[in-house]
Design a protein around this ligand. Structure first.
Ligand code: DMJ
Length: 576
């Protein structure tokens, strides 16, 4: 029964399979009715579908492949914020490093571990340094919150300003951060530079400013850490800036488009500034010495040599020079302030950077300082303060005016004396320091104005006066810089105390809730007229020099091993 029933069950036609049979027969019939061409088309179409299916299936990710992708992503610095600055996390990521001196070694997320960097700093050691670090953190917090990745913070409007679009404050500040021992801030600045600082931007930039702030900043932190990421960025930037030197004379144009690499004079003049074309040598030479490619050093050395060969007024230079003719602009002003200042500074520092091997640089420097003493130094009435004035009309007229910028000179002078240059330079440095100090101390804000005029004819009972349009303070560093050098080479703590008083001036009158701001008027403690701008040099230079000045370690930055560029970036002396 069972078999029967099975048999019946298996063979009994249902309406369904009758229909199925009919349908199969009808397909077969239709197939036989197709022409050869139609059949071939169907064969090809089927073959194509099969090939496509095979391709898709053989390329679909299997589980192992997905694992690898995830792992690679974890190695990239896309790290949750709270982990990013976690020491433990960083330690876990570190690869075993055989030779800590090897500049190329990095851990897996690209950061050289703290103890494997070329130079390490342990943070503030005096209470004054602690106060400076606090000021730095306050400035950094505002910048981070309202201007991150932009050039400058506008702390009052909680906004930003872009000059070149190169994140100037980050690049300019990173070595200050490093010297202050601020690891968390260092890592976030490094991370931004690594991932976001790029130079292929269609934008005109100023050769001098970008060299001293960006190239100088990158080279400095490269030397301190030996992290090659900074060097790679430096080379890219250096190559783009090189377009400026393609002129008839070899004197560079002032501006260059970083993307097109086309250089040109400023819009307002056919000339370049003398101080600008002569204050790029430390950085370009350093780049050559590190990379072994002489082209950077050759270009800037040629500029120095050309300027060396020009006629001067007792070693003093006019402030404009033409890139086509290679000549100074006739009868332009001679000053140790704006557009003249760092020409003199880089004569000395280049000589030091090259292990005192290029004599004409030292000779030009010594001649120029004699020229300053002969032609520019005057005494005020009634108190006999020494200041450095300006020469107009090809040296015919003397103007009793001194920019705050000139207050860098005492520092440079004692650096020269420390390296064997005439002792008379020391007296000038001390006298000028006293005067610069007075330009701070005599104002109720304890801050210096941008420009001061001096009384040399007894026309008033005041030694100096300030015009209303010159009464601003841009948070500049020059005198604090000099105080550091003066203290380094004398050990006289008065210079530290002066610096502390000035630091209080900045704290009391330029500090605002989201940073520090330039002010428009140092002459009044109740009407300082905040200007809503925090320049990158406040963090790069002013706060760095305060920090160095207040250190009890005289070798925190060893001035027998390093030269400090005009933007306070630290470059090694290359002894041959
Ligand atoms: C800085 O950019 C440099 O110190 C430069 O040499 C002069 N001006 C500013 C600071 O005042």
């Amino acid at each position: 029964m069972v078999v029967y029933s099975e048999h019946v069950a298996l063979n009994l036609p249902t309406s369904d399979n009758i229909y199925e049979k009919r349908r199969t027969r009808s397909w077969k019939r239709q197939w036989h009715h197709l022409s050869k061409l139609q059949k071939n088309c169907i064969y090809i179409f089927t073959a194509l579908i099969c090939i496509t299916l095979f391709y898709i299936l053989s390329n679909s990710p299997d589980e192992t492949a997905i694992d690898v992708q995830v792992e690679e992503n974890q190695l990239k610095p896309v790290i949750p914020l709270e982990l990013k600055f976690n020491e433990k996390f960083l330690e876990d990521q570190e690869r075993v490093i055989e030779d800590p001196k090897d500049a190329e070694l990095v851990n897996v997320n690209g950061v050289i571990p703290k103890d494997k960097r070329r130079t390490t700093f342990s943070g503030p050691s005096t209470s004054r340094q602690v106060a400076v670090v606090k000021a730095f953190k306050h400035a950094w917090k505002g910048y981070r919150q309202y201007a991150w990745g932009h050039d400058h913070l506008k702390p009052i409007s909680k906004n930003h300003q872009d000059w070149f679009g190169l994140g100037l404050t980050i690049v300019d500040s990173i070595d200050t951060i490093y010297i202050m021992g601020l690891e968390k801030e260092y890592l976030e600045a490094r991370d931004w530079i690594d991932k976001h600082l790029q130079f292929d931007i269609n934008r005109d930039v100023n050769l001098f400013e970008v060299t001293i702030r960006v190239l100088g900043g990158l080279l400095s932190i490269y030397h301190l850490t030996s992290d090659r990421m900074y060097l790679e960025k430096s080379v890219d930037l250096g190559d783009r800036l090189m377009a400026c030197f393609d002129t008839d004379s070899g004197i560079p144009f002032s501006d260059v488009n970083l993307f097109t690499r086309k250089a040109h004079s400023p819009k307002w003049s056919p000339d370049s500034s003398t101080s600008e074309v002569t204050t790029i040598q430390l950085e370009f030479r350093d780049l050559s010495r590190i990379t072994g490619d002489p082209k950077y050093e050759d270009a800037v050395s040629r500029v120095s040599q050309l300027v060396h060969n020009l006629e001067k007024t007792e070693g003093l230079v006019p402030i404009f020079i033409n890139p086509n003719t290679g000549q100074f602009r006739f009868a332009s002003t001679i000053t140790l302030g704006a557009r003249g200042d760092s020409y003199y500074e880089y004569l000395l520092k280049q000589w030091l950077q090259t292990g005192k091997t290029i004599d004409y640089l030292k000779d030009d420097y010594v001649t120029a300082i004699s020229g300053v003493q002969e032609r520019l130094v005057r005494k005020t009435v009634p108190n006999g303060f020494i200041f450095i004035g300006e020469l107009l009309n090809g040296g015919k007229d003397f103007k009793p005016k001194m920019d705050h910028l000139t207050c860098y000179l005492p520092g440079t002078l004692v650096l020269g004396v420390h390296n064997g240059l005439p002792d008379s330079h020391k007296k000038l440095a001390e006298d000028l320091s006293t005067t610069c100090y007075q330009t701070y101390a005599r104002h109720p804000t304890f801050l210096s104005p941008e420009i001061t005029y001096f009384n040399i004819q007894g026309e008033s009972s005041n030694d100096f006066y300030v015009k209303i349009n010159d009464a601003h303070n841009l948070l500049r560093p020059e005198f604090v810089e000099s105080l550091w050098y003066m203290y380094q080479f004398s050990g006289n703590s008065t210079y530290q105390d002066w610096g502390w008083q000035i630091f209080q001036g900045f704290e009391n009158f330029t500090k605002v809730p989201n940073g520090y701001t330039s002010i428009g008027n140092v002459r009044s403690a109740i009407d300082v007229r905040p200007k809503d701008m925090m320049e990158s040099f406040f963090l790069a230079e002013t706060l760095k020099y305060f920090y160095l000045l207040f250190s009890d370690d005289p070798k925190l930055i060893d001035l027998d091993k390093y030269v400090v560029n005009t933007e306070a970036h630290i470059l090694p002396i290359h002894n041959l």
